[in-house]
Design a protein around this ligand. Structure first.
Ligand SMILES: [Mg+2]
Length: 340
């Protein structure tokens, strides 16, 4: 836990609740609501999704307070100017793919959403094969199924998709046991298995190691309680030969900056070289800082976030939502001691 954390009323007094329109609906949301604190270290973001319960939201808050007030975080190495990221291909129709891929020109990897509710394996196959055709052989393809497949289904699909040279599949199935089963069956295919929800909701790094459930883990700094926690998780993972991919939790540039800090430290500590999943600002129509951490040529800049008062005003949430966030903060602040 970070030192020197202000009282909850002081936090509220130096905060902003914003609601930023998204370019397309995500998890049924058209706007991303989040709370920004003006911390001693600079701005900090508490972006726990509104439907999350207080305990889950407390992990996000611990990370925000670390970002705003911790005095013991190592700084970002000065020589580091940018962070390589993967492009993001949502579950769009193939006709939308050329424009999307153009937006991510210069990336070395692309993450494609698969197993979208209401779509079929044929849709996934069409999307993956078209992306491969458009980008050629040198861009790594990552898939994310968000736990939607059963083991046999995942195995069949991935053996089919294998022809398009898949680097890894994120959370193909739900449980740790099924992840382990699938990981064994995929041996020899070159497709790695990545744990995302399994690390944040279904278990922890010890469970993943004990079950031999993953080749790599998705590290989301804010849901996982902050940089210090994530560095500890990454060290344990590395000792078990599990790589890490730093990803966002759909934050503004303020929250992304905390993830950039993690990625920068990981590069030094465990030699992390996997492209980060931090190109998510493309999903936002706006931001709260003077210089957004948007990507160009496959990378986002390492720039400390500076709040832009005009943008904070432009995206200010209405009074009812502001009160809701303040009340939530008062409850969740009291749960910080329960964050593991
Ligand atoms: Mg995921």
């Amino acid at each position: 836990m970070a030192q020197g954390i202000p009282s909850v009323e002081d936090l509220i007094g130096n905060s902003h609740v914003v609601s930023i329109p998204l370019r397309q609906e995500f998890r049924g949301l058209s706007h991303r609501e989040t709370m920004i604190f003006e911390g001693d270290n600079g701005p900090a973001e508490w972006a726990a999704f509104p439907e999350y319960d207080d305990l889950e939201a407390a992990s996000w808050l611990a990370s925000a307070l670390e970002q705003g007030f911790a005095t013991d975080l190592p700084p970002i190495p000065g020589h580091l100017k940018d962070i390589r990221i993967n492009g993001i291909i949502p579950a769009v129709d193939v006709s939308g793919l050329p424009a999307l891929i153009k937006k991510f020109q210069g990336v070395n990897s692309l993450k494609i959403k698969v197993a979208e509710p209401g779509q079929t394996t044929i849709d996934d196959l069409g999307r993956i094969s078209t992306v491969r055709e458009l980008v050629g052989p040198d861009v790594a393809i990552r898939l994310d199924a968000n736990g939607a497949w059963e083991v046999a289904e995942a195995e069949n699909n991935l053996f089919m998709f294998r022809a398009f040279d898949i680097d890894y599949v994120e959370q193909p199935v739900k449980t740790l046991d099924n992840m382990a089963k699938l990981k064994r069956r995929l041996q020899g295919t070159g497709i790695r298995v990545a744990a995302d929800e399994s690390l944040r909701k279904g278990g922890d790094i010890h469970d993943i190691i004990d079950h031999d459930s993953a080749d790599l883990i998705i590290l989301k700094v804010n849901p996982l309680g902050g940089i210090t926690n994530c560095l500890e998780i990454a060290r344990k993972a590395r000792n078990a030969n599990i790589s890490t991919v730093v990803s966002s939790g759909l934050e503004t540039s303020v929250g992304i900056a905390h993830a950039v800090h993690l990625q920068a430290l990981l590069a030094g500590l465990v030699g992390n070289e996997e492209d980060a999943g931090l190109g998510t600002l493309t999903l936002f129509q706006g931001d709260v800082v003077t210089q957004s951490l948007t990507h160009s040529d496959g990378a986002i800049p390492v720039t400390p976030p500076v709040l832009d008062p005009r943008k904070l005003k432009k995206y200010r949430a209405d009074d009812e939502r502001k009160v809701w966030w303040h009340d939530r903060l008062r409850r969740v602040y009291d749960r910080l001691g329960d964050v593991s």
